[in-house]
Design a protein around this ligand. Structure first.
Ligand SMILES: Cc1cc2nc3c(=O)[nH]c(=O)nc-3n(C[C@H](O)[C@H](O)[C@H](O)COP(=O)(O)OP(=O)(O)OC[C@H]3O[C@@H](n4cnc5c(N)ncnc54)[C@H](O)[C@@H]3O)c2cc1C
Length: 520
């Protein structure tokens, strides 16, 4: 589908296909609106595939006194755990307490008690040094006083976006990737009447009309809508992650470590069969229209933290398999250190243009609802936001015929593909019902993703629809022949196109996801 083939007139046009735009599309469809989402790159290409993948209240925000943000996030974490099992899953979090550095036991206990109160149940526990060290063997025990365990949740961020887009599509919404909004169009009185959109692959340009345009372009929001608040602007803050193979460290629950240099918390998180180490928080000086890449300084900073806490492990950049970086859409007056900037979202509205930016993955429904409420004066009469309804179509029951797949694999498939999961597995060749090495993705998922999820480039498939690009060494280069064989029947690409796609993917991976300072 391309912009040339879609209708011209809509109730609402959403610009940006990250979590914020996908959330607005999903809520708009639930309200019965004719809704269109346009994304200039691939869905979740921006920050929404480059996060720490936590669905969390954010203990840090509590420490900063942002009680409302934490409470809102905790409530939405609970809802997402209930509404999207298999996609949003609980994860245990460990926080060691050392006698020679903060934070101390009692301040953490106070924060965690508050966190539990917000969630309505006690989910944290203190362990003495011996008990804590048993949960994280090989962790530095010198000065270790003990540590806490509490519960949070994690997600595949790009799949969260994609599930919202897929289900909105099933209910009548439309989403196009590689389609850029080049201009917001207005009538003689300055009222928004639609957008001019260009298919970045096809070159088609078309005027699309709608009484309201919702700008959900994250860090790019000010290119379509200048900040109405004097001195308040988007401050592009870069956060980067390194990926390690799971076998490299005995970390089976997320672990928070306080960096020895600046006392910032860093996470090491088991995710999809690998370990994710992050994140940094620095001003991004690069051009926002270009791919964001981590630098060697960030990589060294993170590895230094690991080496401090796992002194016997001889860890280095050589142990990492991939890297990725993203930009936080943070509103700032430019005076604070990056990590002290607020993560709250803003909504601006002006004559039919509504901008929603900032915030977090976790609270996407809050952002969507606030944006649509702000847009209500331009929406058809009688429609209202339905935030009490579940965000997702309930997943199917566990089938009786499981084709040899375990319960956790089924749960994962249903969480990612909802009602489409059983058919996909029923049609799969038995030889493809095994995991791609280093991941929890089945080979059988690839053809379905390639066929149904607007794959325009190999990188869409390998970086976002599934995450081989950050989970396997060298972006999974060794699997490209089998991937090509599996997807060839459903992607209309000839040999020359396959060759070009493989080359582009490999070059892109080397540029953006190889580990700085290691031989990718
Ligand atoms: C390092 C890091 C870690 C994070 N960790 C977490 C976490 O663990 N949990 C959490 O809840 N949050 C986390 N966040 C925050 C969260 O990831 C972001 O708040 C969220 O992804 C922002 O989503 P978005 O849709 O607003 O922006 P984006 O995902 O950036 O989407 C904006 C989209 O708009 C598109 N676009 C731009 N201009 C146009 C145009 N003219 N036409 C069409 N499309 C356009 C872009 O291509 C892009 O895809 C993290 C952020 C970072 C950087």
């Amino acid at each position: 589908m391309s912009v040339a083939h879609i209708r011209e007139s809509w109730d609402v046009i959403v610009v940006g296909g990250g979590i914020t735009g996908a959330g607005v599309l999903s809520e708009s469809v639930r309200m019965g609106l004719r809704a269109l989402l346009l994304e200039k790159n691939d869905f979740a290409w921006g920050t929404s595939s480059r996060s720490s993948k936590l669905v969390h209240g954010g203990l840090r925000y509590l420490k900063e006194g942002r009680l409302h943000l934490t409470y809102e996030s905790v409530c939405h974490r609970q809802r997402l755990l209930e509404e999207a099992p298999g996609l949003v899953e609980p994860i245990g979090f460990l926080m060691p307490v050392y006698r020679d550095r903060g934070p101390g036991r009692w301040s953490l206990a106070a924060g965690l008690t508050m966190y539990d109160l917000m969630a309505g149940r006690r989910a944290h526990r203190y362990y003495d040094a011996g008990g804590f060290a048993e949960m994280v063997p090989r962790l530095k025990t010198e000065h270790l006083a003990g540590g806490f365990r509490f519960m949070d949740a994690q997600v595949d961020d790009a799949r969260l976006v994609q599930r919202l887009i897929n289900e909105a599509g099933e209910k009548g919404g439309t989403a196009l990737n590689y389609t850029e909004v080049t201009r917001v169009c207005r009538d003689a009185g300055g009222k928004v009447k639609g957008v001019s959109a260009r298919g970045n692959e096809t070159g088609d340009e078309k005027m699309l009309s709608a009484p309201v345009v919702i700008n959900a372009t994250g860090s790019w929001a000010e290119t379509l809508h200048a900040s109405p608040k004097k001195g308040l602007h988007l401050r592009p803050l870069r956060g980067s992650h390194l990926m390690l193979p799971a076998w490299r460290l005995p970390v089976h629950q997320a672990l928070t470590l306080v960096h020895p240099d600046d006392e910032r918390p860093l996470f090491i998180i088991p995710w999809e069969g690998a370990l994710m180490l992050g994140t940094t928080d620095i001003d991004h000086k690069g051009d926002l229209s270009e791919e964001v890449v981590m630098d060697l300084r960030e990589a060294d900073y993170m590895i230094q933290c690991l080496r401090t806490y796992f002194p016997g492990e001889d860890l280095g950049l050589k142990d990492c398999i991939a890297s990725y970086a993203g930009i936080r859409p943070v509103l700032s007056r430019g005076k604070k250190p990056p990590s002290e900037e607020s993560r709250e979202h803003v909504v601006w509205k002006e004559n039919g243009l509504v901008t929603v930016t900032g915030g977090k993955l976790t609270t996407f429904r809050v952002l969507a609802a606030d944006a649509l409420r702000a847009a209500s004066e331009w929406l058809p009469e009688g429609v209202s936001v339905k935030t009490d309804e579940p965000a997702f179509t309930p997943a199917p029951d566990m089938p009786k015929q499981r084709r040899g797949l375990g319960r956790s694999t089924w749960r994962r498939l249903c969480g990612r593909y909802g009602q489409a999961a059983p058919d996909m597995i029923a049609q799969a060749d038995a030889r493809d019902l095994v995991f791609i090495p280093g991941t929890f993705t089945l080979w059988a998922e690839l053809p379905m993703l390639a066929q149904k999820e607007q794959i325009r480039h190999l990188s869409d498939l390998l970086m976002r629809r599934m995450r081989l690009g950050i989970l396997a060494p060298a972006g999974g280069r060794e699997h490209l022949d089998r991937i090509q064989a599996l997807c060839r029947p459903v992607l209309d690409w000839d040999d020359a196109r396959w060759q070009a796609e493989r080359r582009m993917y490999t070059e892109h991976w080397q540029y953006a996801h190889a580990v700085p300072g290691a031989n990718g």
